[in-house]
Design a protein around this ligand. Structure first.
Ligand code: 13P
Length: 340
């Protein structure tokens, strides 16, 4: 375990004005997203699309890292250079999704546990050689009648802790992502309660497994109203409740917190991050690690056509720039109009 490398990597991941692109969608998720814009999903179209994102001129000003999928870390760009090497040369850290997805949790209807611990030590060794310096593991917590249960929170926390310990032993910084889903008609109060319980269970498990929080990055879901809730909380309330849940549970020793977008609109995800990052006196830097909220406009502009690559890259750069500003609390709604 190279603690110096872990410290250096963690600090670089949350460098000022930069955030992380999540480009680690599984092939199934990619298929759904591509279908929505009429693009056939194949290894080649996924390579072309991700190459478009990575080669966007100037995007390195706003990206500290990119989370890759297993297929992508083994692919090369049009220039014949491996994507991981290309990104590293641009000063962008390559990361890797290592979990094997959320599966039904036995005897717990409606709940999931994330799998992928078997053989993980060997896979991490290989990913390090391929250039990965950080990893991601996503746990999924659903809010519903009488769920999440204690069993679900603790099974997922245990897996996150085992994964984190294995990552640190391999000199790879773990991103822990216990995502509380926004699907449902629950209130924002309920989301806050569940987020707090989830984070409490997660950090208790990390401590039990001797994981150094100094070398962990939290990828948090924001505390929001359920998607179908009759009352939708505004930006200030989302920021206040999210920060309260984080302050109650996340150790100050942790180098940073990044957020997922979780199905929020592109601009909402930016506005929420901006409101939180503008808050003074927080113990950790905050930034983004979005997939949909960074990529949606680029994907819609691309539509699989080589002639649209320039327009797609401009759309992607714009969202990266907006979120880079939001991570410093410097974004303004009117900047959205100066787009592309
Ligand atoms: P979204 O920003 O689309 O929620 O994706 C983030 C992510 O990495 C999910 O694991």
């Amino acid at each position: 375990m190279d603690k110096q490398l872990l410290s250096k990597t963690a600090a670089a991941m949350v460098a000022k004005g930069k955030g992380i692109l999540a480009a680690d969608e599984s092939s199934g998720t990619c298929e759904t997203r591509f279908k929505s814009v009429g693009v056939e999903c194949s290894e080649e179209s996924r390579r072309a699309y991700r190459g478009l994102l990575f080669t966007t001129p100037g995007v390195e000003q706003f990206l500290s890292g990119v989370i890759l999928f297993d297929e992508t870390i083994r692919q090369k760009g049009a220039d014949g250079v491996a994507f991981a090497d290309y990104l590293a040369r641009k000063g962008i850290l390559p990361g890797i999704k290592v979990d094997k997805g959320a599966h039904d949790l036995a005897l717990a209807p409606g709940e999931k546990v994330t799998e992928g611990l078997d053989g993980l030590a060997q896979r991490l060794g290989e990913y390090f050689k391929l250039g990965a310096r950080f990893a991601k593991w996503r746990a999924v917590i659903t809010i519903g009648d009488a769920i999440p249960t204690h069993a679900c929170l603790y099974a997922n926390a245990h897996a996150l802790a085992r994964y984190s310990a294995l990552c640190q032993a391999a000199s790879i910084v773990p991103i822990i992502e216990p995502e509380v889903l926004l699907n449902g008609s629950h209130t924002i109060e309920r989301c806050e309660e569940v987020t707090e319980a989830t984070l409490r269970a997660t950090y208790a498990a990390l401590a039990a497994h001797n994981v150094a929080v100094e070398h962990v990055i939290l990828k948090a879901s924001m505390v929001v109203s359920g998607k179908e809730a009759s009352r939708q909380a505004g930006v200030d309330e989302v920021a206040e409740r999210t920060l309260r849940a984080l302050k109650r549970t996340v150790p100050a020793a942790q180098p940073g917190v990044v957020f997922l977008s979780g199905g929020q609109s592109d601009v909402s995800a930016t506005a929420h991050l901006n409101a939180m990052a503008a808050t003074k006196g927080l113990p950790w830097p905050l930034t983004f690690s979005y997939s949909r909220a960074l990529q949606n406009p680029a994907l819609a502009a691309w539509r699989g056509q080589p002639a649209n690559v320039g327009a797609a890259q401009r759309a992607f750069l714009h969202r990266a720039r907006m979120n880079g500003l939001a991570a410093q609390g410097k974004w303004k709604p009117e900047y959205e109009k100066q787009a592309v």
